[in-house]
Each structure stands twice: as C-alpha cells, then as structure tokens.
Design a protein around this ligand. Structure first.
Ligand code: IPM
Ligand code: MN
Length: 354
C-alpha cells in the first residue's frame, strides 16, 4: 500500500478537463489497489496570471515541493500568442516550473496502437511496430540561454555545459539498457558549436556503455528518418529545442496528438504531463482526448514502481480504443461520439471492475 501526495496543476485551455480524467483514473487505481492518493490543486499558466500576475506563483512552487509528484496538464492562451509584446506569458510558468524543480530529463515515449494504425498520417506498413523513446534535455539550451530582444535585433543563446550534457546522456543510456540497447544522439554538429560539445561528450560517455549501440544523427536527418523509417529508433537523446520539435513530429505518428504522455524528472518532484498543448479552441467543449493525460498518470504510477497499476491503466486505455470508446478525432466514421469525460469515466470504470 502506498501513500502519494499529488499536486494537480490543470493550467489552461483543455487542461482542466483532461486533468479531471487523469485524477479520476488515479482515484480508481487507489481504490482498486488499496492505495491512498491525496490531491491538492495549484494554479499555473494563464490561470495563474489572471489570479496573481505570475505564471508560476511561489504558492504553486511550494505545493510542488511538498508533493511526491506533479500531475500537470497544459498552459497557453491565444490572448498571449497573438501579442508578441506581452512581457508575462503562460509558457514562462511551465519553463520556470521545469527550471526550479530541476526537471532536466523529459521522457517522451512514442507508441502505436494496433486498432489506430490506419489513422496515422503515415502508411500502415511504415508505422506498424514503431516504438521509441525520446529523451529531451529540458532545462538548458535556447530556452534558458541569454536572450536579447529589440525591434531591430534579437537573439537566443544555445548554451550547454559538459555536466548538463553528461547527465542527460546517463539518463538516456539508462533507458536504452532497459529497452533494445540502441541509442541515437541527435545534434547539428556540422554547424553548431553547442552540438559539437554534445557529440564530444556523447562519444566519451558511449565508451562506458559498450553494450549499447550508439549512433549519431544530424537533427534534419533525424526528422526525415522519423517519418520514413520510425522503426529505426529505440531511444533518442537530444537538446531542448530539437526535442521539442521532434516530439511534436513523433506525437502524430500514432494517429493523434492526444495520445502521448511524458515524464519530466531530475532533481526535485517529478512531473507528468501530456506532450500536447492547451488547445484553447476546444476548451470547455468536452472533445479533447484525455488519453495522453491518463497515460501520463500511468507513467507516474510506474515511476513509483507500481508496475501492476501502470499496466492496468494501459490495458484500460487499449480496451477503450478497441471498443471504440473514443473522442471525435479518432472515432470511426458513424461511431458513437464520446466526450472527454465519457472516455475518462469508461477507463476509470474498467479499472474499478477489473
Ligand atoms: C512542450 C511545449 C512547451 C515547450 C511550451 C508550452 C513552452 O511545447 O512541452 O513541448 O516548448 O517545451
Ligand atoms: Mn512542444
């Protein structure tokens, strides 16, 4: 029996709706397995700016620090996207949270679901069996480097230290060892100085993992390879910006962006979040797919070594897809329409009945 204190940060857009389903599934798991999970809610993103002017308030930070895990949903709001001169932005809340919690490793698994293969934008014979993990560095690079912004000139600095590169590589090799022992280091070492340091450090770290096959790939080539031959990849590791771009690309291979979860881990409280964003146009419409959030909850359970619990959540998700209990973007033509809440309730119900 486990006790877990979970900080729930729904954020913006579809965030609150999918967050409710993630919590419902965790409650079902707690009841089914006799665990005690407690949930405490906090504000982040535009919701926090509206409340107190700060996208990651001190109060939310303290909540994260005293929790065992954070279940995060999404941030972002069009009123900031369309206003480049806004100085306070919802995304800063997410970046501050990652930085202050030291969440340098973002684990983004790409998996396919058999019954959805035909919904991939790629041909079925290309995606069938694709299954890889992107390990994205999350607290360095251009996102956090020195910036300058005026109306005439602007820059972002893509800075990395040896220590930052080494620790994310260690994380990636850990995953490679637990999977098929193939690591692809993605960089742009033919152009960027920061990438040359990545490659140099990677070549050193690789010597400590002779049991893992390491290869090196330029990011443009990796973006191409991912759609031509996604089965090539087992684990890939890359810097913050490249990882952001490649994982959006990876997320649609499965057929919907609404399916892929992630875990951000590092120095302090680990955080579990869907790969997709806040999809403001869909907010309040009960149409967003809750599965990415629910699988993020599965990753949370697995992080705390609740393997059976995590496996049951995954089984319930697959059963919902198989039985066509699906949100509109992946529903079969003429199939019954299920909303965010209905899909979540079905999955939670499956867990309770099992
Ligand atoms: C992601 C998102 C964030 C990022 C945004 C919302 C700041 O796109 O988690 O991939 O760029 O890291
Ligand atoms: Mn992104």
């Amino acid at each position: 029996m486990s006790n877990l204190k979970i900080a729930v940060l729904p954020g913006d857009g579809i965030g609150p709706e999918i967050s409710r389903q993630g919590v419902a599934v965790l409650e079902a798991v707690a009841d089914r397995f006799g665990h005690t999970f407690s949930f405490e809610y906090g504000l982040v993103g535009a919701a926090a700016i509206d409340d107190c002017g700060d996208p990651f308030p001190e109060k939310t930070y303290e909540l994260c620090l005293r929790s065992d895990a954070v279940l995060f949903s999404a941030v972002g709001d069009p009123k900031y996207d369309n206003n480049p001169s806004a100085t306070v932005r919802p995304e800063q809340g997410l970046l501050a949270m990652r930085k202050k919690l030291g969440l340098y490793a973002n684990i983004r698994p790409m998996q396919t679901f058999k019954c959805l293969l035909h919904m991939s934008p790629l041909r079925q014979e290309i995606v069938e069996g694709a299954d890889f993990v992107c390990v994205r560095e999350l607290t360095g690079g251009m996102y956090f480097g020195e910036k300058y912004e005026s109306d005439e000139r602007a820059y972002d600095t893509n800075a990395y230290t040896r220590a930052e590169i080494e620790r994310i590589l260690e994380t990636a090799y850990g995953y490679a060892r637990r999977r098929n022992r193939h690591l692809t280091v993605v960089d742009k070492a033919n152009v960027l100085a920061s990438s040359r340091l990545w490659r140099k450090v990677a070549q050193e770290v690789a010597e400590r993992y002779p049991d893992v096959a390491t290869d090196y790939m330029f990011v443009d080539n990796a973006a191409m390879r991912m759609v031509v031959d996604p089965r090539f990849f087992d684990v890939m590791v890359t810097e913050n910006t490249f990882g952001d771009i490649l994982t959006d690309e990876a997320s649609v291979i499965s057929g919907s962006m609404g399916l892929l979860p992630s875990a951000s881990t590092g120095e302090k409280t680990p955080l579990f979040e869907p790969v997709h964003g806040s999809w403001p146009q869909a907010a309040g419409k009960n149409i967003a797919n809750p599965i990415a959030q629910i699988l993020s909850a599965a990753m949370l359970l697995e992080y705390f070594d609740m393997k059976e619990e995590g496996a049951l959540v995954r089984e319930a998700v697959e059963a919902s897809l198989d039985q066509e209990v699906r949100t509109p973007e992946i529903q079969v033509p003429g199939g019954a329409v299920y909303g965010t809440a209905e899909v979540g309730a079905w999955i939670a119900g499956y867990i309770r009945r099992k």
